[in-house]
Design a protein around this ligand. Sequence first.
Ligand code: HEC
Ligand SMILES: [Cu+2]
Length: 379
Amino acid sequence: MFVNGVPLVPWKLDNMDNPSISNQASLFRLLPSSSSTFAPDHDWLFYFITWVSVAAFAIVMATMIYFVIRYRRRHPDQRAQSRVSHSTGLEVTWSIIPTLIFVFIFWYGFKSFMDKANPPRDAYTITAIAWTWGWRFSYEDGAFESPELYVPRDRPVRILLTSQDVIHSLFIPDFRVKKDVVPDRLNTMWFTATEVGTFPLLCAEYCGRDHSEMLSKVHVLEDRDFRQWLSEERQAADMLPPLELGERLYVNLGCASCHSIDGSSISGGGPSFLNIFRYERPLRTGEAVMADEEYLRRSILEPGAEVTAGYNNIMPSYAGQVNERQLAALVAFVKAQSDRLTAEELEALKRLPEEDEESDEDAADEEAGDEQAQPAEVD
Ligand code: HEC
Ligand SMILES: [Cu+2]
């Protein structure tokens, strides 16, 4: 299927330009670009199996058609000319040749499988966290996170895979890697990207409502650009005033996919952040609470504790996922969306708090009861 001369394949959906990638056009464009060191081996075997199958099909069909015509019954009372029941030579041939082909396919596939299973020791490590429904990638021991994956080119990258809730599967078609992401278990994948560019990254575990919406991207940068990106992100995470950090986290932690800030409602998501702070919030139980700082904190750490009327308890808990500084920044961001916040208070959120350096450090493991916000009924 072609649309405007471009093959209609799922990994082209996002229309990502990669002008630098020369090898986009593989045979019939059956496969996406080959942009990791695994791709050539993988594709070679894929095409080998495809062509062996095509050849086997053609040989069997051609022989069959030839025999049907050559040995057909020519008149109604024609008898069989001979009764050959056995040919050792033929049988040995059609057993040995396919066996050799299958052993070769197994050996080649197993070799690639072992390569993919064993990351080199010096690989750069990134943690991928899957949640319903999105991804977060955590760098440098959790110093900061991003919703899209950034990796250096020509350097092995190891991804530790973990899930906050149900089973997901991390799939990067252009790199030919895919691995399940299982709650309470750490899986590993690795690759070495070979092309600078942007590639689709998706979830391939299609047994829950919105796994198909878990679309993200991998950005492959030159090593020096990657290092620069890392240091900028780290600096930004350390140096931002609360409101700015909060805004960044609102995007990076996926709040934006469920909460708008303009009053509009996001289907399958939660209430808009517009005018929550210092307003009465109606709860599912019929009661109402005044939304103060404490309420906002609780909503983030224990979303199931007070569920807003008209919504389901689908928000993941961020307890153990955010440190004190990040939590305060998120609360600041939600507060700033309310018209009941005074102008001076808003100004204060835009400034860096003076002299509280020591508080950004190790508040990371706030013990707030790491209970899951939702039952893991889909996987
Ligand atoms: C999967 C969708 C989803 C994500 C992601 C999500 N939330 Fe929520 N959130 C909800 C839903 C649904 C509710 C309403 C039900 C409830 O109170 O648990 C809610 C409620 C809230 C409330 C209380 C709102 C009110 O009506 O009083 C706050 C505050 C909040 N979320 C903050 C956040 C922050 C901050 C993040 C990101 C760190 C976030 N949420 C991520 C779905 C989500
Ligand atoms: Cu998923």
